[in-house]
Design a protein around this ligand. Structure first.
Ligand code: C5P
Length: 400
């Protein structure tokens, strides 16, 4: 039976942690609840003591934690610290290494074995300080279960709602299986650099040009590469997806930021996979003020974004370069043309004219084409399975 410490903080979503505890206990996990002072204002520790059948810790020196080093003892027993709901306050405290209560002290002893499921008002969630702190945590290997869009307790609607219990339980299971390698594993460590998701090209402070890419394909590739034993660096545009376990993630917004991050990590990588749906154009000028409504028609001057894939492939870099071709007609012909023009090792072609696959869907059907023109068609499968097939194809060639 795996032991999990469940940290509960002072958000109205604290009541949802009761159902979460109940489901985790039913799955056979030994749950030890740690509540902050704020959490206790929302829901009674007795609820969690009853559901988990374990004492609940509510303060650093409480009767339940007679020893000063109780947090170390708990951290030694736990495979994971899950904080759900996680307030802006706890996120920022952990990001700064503050340890002024039991939960933050425990967090400091858990290293990267931490999953956080934030819940807060949408303006707090989008506050750059919170986003920067989230990035700091992610860069230290702490995994984020992204909040969802919906009605919030403050009466507004937006991002910031605690992820569904189903998603949190899924992330826990996924995290604890992290050590199970894939059936296919590498005999030497490779570093795989992957781009994923859309990019956003700002027009003014509140408007942008983007596309409906969900980032699922790139994230699935990151998970597959990690399972095969690779070191994985994921450069992600804005998505609602959770941090894949064990993956180093850098979140960016625009094509230019994505390009800079890719160049930063290229030299230490062996394989570059460009799965992001990078915008091809960006506004020539970004207005610093919100543009006012005026004329019936306006003209927006656009210029090309850097073609990251082309730049990587034309560099004197010895790694393997893999591109994606999202085509709405003559899929294979256009993909082969792109493979040659961009001088790639592989291209993964998919048909975006179909509703059942591609953008936003959980499934895909692709054809992998190598630089010699050899084609391998992967039938309709989940993006996770497709990702495994793609990684095997790339890595097998590399290993041989
Ligand atoms: O030429 P096209 O944009 O269709 O090529 C798609 C491939 O190029 C994808 O792998 C995508 O990630 C990559 N790309 C890029 N930088 C751009 C545009 C596309 O890396 N600015």
């Amino acid at each position: 039976m795996k032991t999990i410490a469940l940290g509960i903080t002072g958000s109205i979503a604290a009541y949802k942690a009761a159902e979460l505890t109940s489901q985790l206990v039913k799955l056979g996990y030994d749950i030890h609840v740690v509540m902050t002072e704020g959490a206790v204002s929302f829901i009674s520790p007795l609820t969690f003591q009853t559901l988990s059948k374990n004492p609940v810790v509510t303060s650093l020196f409480s009767a339940n934690s007679p020893s000063e080093v109780e947090h170390v003892a708990l951290s030694d027993r736990c495979s994971l610290l899950l904080i759900a709901p996680a307030t802006a306050n706890i996120i920022s405290k952990i990001a700064c290494g503050i340890a002024d209560d039991f939960l933050t002290t425990l967090a400091l002893t858990m290293g990267s074995q931490i999953l956080i499921a934030p819940a807060m008002n949408t303006h707090m969630w989008h506050n750059p300080i919170i986003q920067e702190n989230i990035q700091r945590l992610e860069q230290r290997g702490i995994r984020l279960i992204t909040p969802e869009y919906g009605c919030l307790a403050c009466g507004t609607e937006g991002d910031g709602r605690l992820a569904s219990i189903e998603r949190i339980v899924g992330a826990v299971k996924n995290s604890l299986n992290d050590d199970q390698p894939s059936a296919f594993s590498l005999n030497q460590t490779k570093t795989v650099l992957i781009t994923a998701g859309p990019t956003r090209e700002m027009i003014d402070p509140v408007r942008y040009i983007s596309n409906p890419s969900s980032g699922k394909m790139g994230y699935s590739l990151a998970i597959a590469a990690k399972r095969m034993g690779a070191r994985v660096i994921l450069i992600s545009g804005p998505t609602c997806l959770d941090t894949p376990p064990g993956v180093e993630i850098y979140r960016v917004t625009s094509a230019c930021q994505m390009r800079d991050r890719v160049m930063e990590f290229l030299e230490l990588s062996d394989i570059f996979i460009s799965a992001a749906a990078v915008s091809d154009y960006m506004p020539v000028e970004v207005s610093s003020e919100k543009l006012k409504k005026g004329a019936d028609r306006i003209v927006l001057q656009m210029q090309q974004t850097p073609d990251i894939l082309m730049e990587v492939a034309s560099k004197n870099w010895s790694g393997i370069v893999v591109g994606f071709a999202a085509e709405s007609q003559n899929m294979i012909e256009n993909a082969v043309k792109k493979l040659r023009e961009k001088n790639l090792d592989f291209i993964v072609a998919n048909d975006i004219s179909r509703d059942d696959i591609g953008f936003g869907s959980d499934q895909n059907e692709v054809t992998i084409i190598d630089k010699h023109g050899r084609q391998e068609k992967i039938p309709l499968l989940s993006k996770d399975r497709i990702a495994e097939c793609i990684m095997r194809r790339i890595l097998v060639v590399d290993v041989l």
